[in-house]
Design a protein around this ligand. Sequence first.
Ligand code: NAP
Ligand code: GCO
Length: 251
Amino acid sequence: MFSLTGKTALITGSSRGLGFTIARGLAKAGAMVILNGRSATSLRKAADVLTGEGLHASFTVFDVTKEGQIREKINLIENETGGIHILVNNAGIHRRKYLTEMTLKDWKMIIDINLTGTFLTTREVVKGMIKRKEGKIINICSLMSEVSRETIANYSTAKGGLKMLTRSMAVEWAKYNIQVNGIGPGYFKTDMTKPLADDPEFDLWLKKRTPAGRWGEPEELVGTAVYLASGASSFMNGQVIYVDGGFLASV
Ligand code: NAP
Ligand code: GCO
């Protein structure tokens, strides 16, 4: 029930970090994965790593904030393959600033990529899923879909919105046998969190605040991603599964 053989999965923002690790995990479960990002160079390198491991991988370059690029590339994929069965909306960035210092540009950039990007990408991909009456959509939310901390108001607002967008998509598309769910990762070491991991004070705080007493390993997200991408979750709709070492369970 966890096999993804014969399925095509598009993972946005998967040239590195959590997206790349999730893509590798879906490929190891049998999927043909399509990596995505804004840089053809980094995507080619990432796809070469996966094909070098005997996995089925290709890539498509588009910015999740650009409607025209998305429409063009999704149409291409739909015409060239049997369609996209699994969509992981993972692309996201961070720009940490206090609200009083945050410019409109800082605010919009995060909302545009981390929230609107999922709307724009999914609106195109879901057309094929509705036609085929089958689909799996996984939105990469965050602990910050539930809580916040100083300097990340734009990010937390986007991720909180993403949790509700996940539920809204689930409600509208369940009747087409499309399951929409989310994964809420805790803290994992990637480029996005490097400034935090390199800060001894934050590192100590995180290890004390997290019941597991450590950062997560990106591979620890793969099992949940495969579950939500597979037939094993056929009656799962509108849920966010938090993979956070117990962070949200603890005061
Ligand atoms: P990362 O290492 O910085 O990777 C971000 C990925 O997104 C890169 O592949 C980047 O490639 C791509 N990207 C950025 N802007 C894009 C755009 N406009 N269009 C298409 N692709 C874009 O970050 P990460 O830590 O793996 O985070 C991935 C996701 O997990 C994000 O949604 C993040 O909010 C979420 N998350 C991360 C953590 C964590 O602890 N790391 C925890 C919870 C949630 P290019 O820049 O080359 O386009
Ligand atoms: C931060 C971190 C978090 C993580 C993640 C936690 O600044 O506190 O970057 O936002 O990236 O979202 O789930």
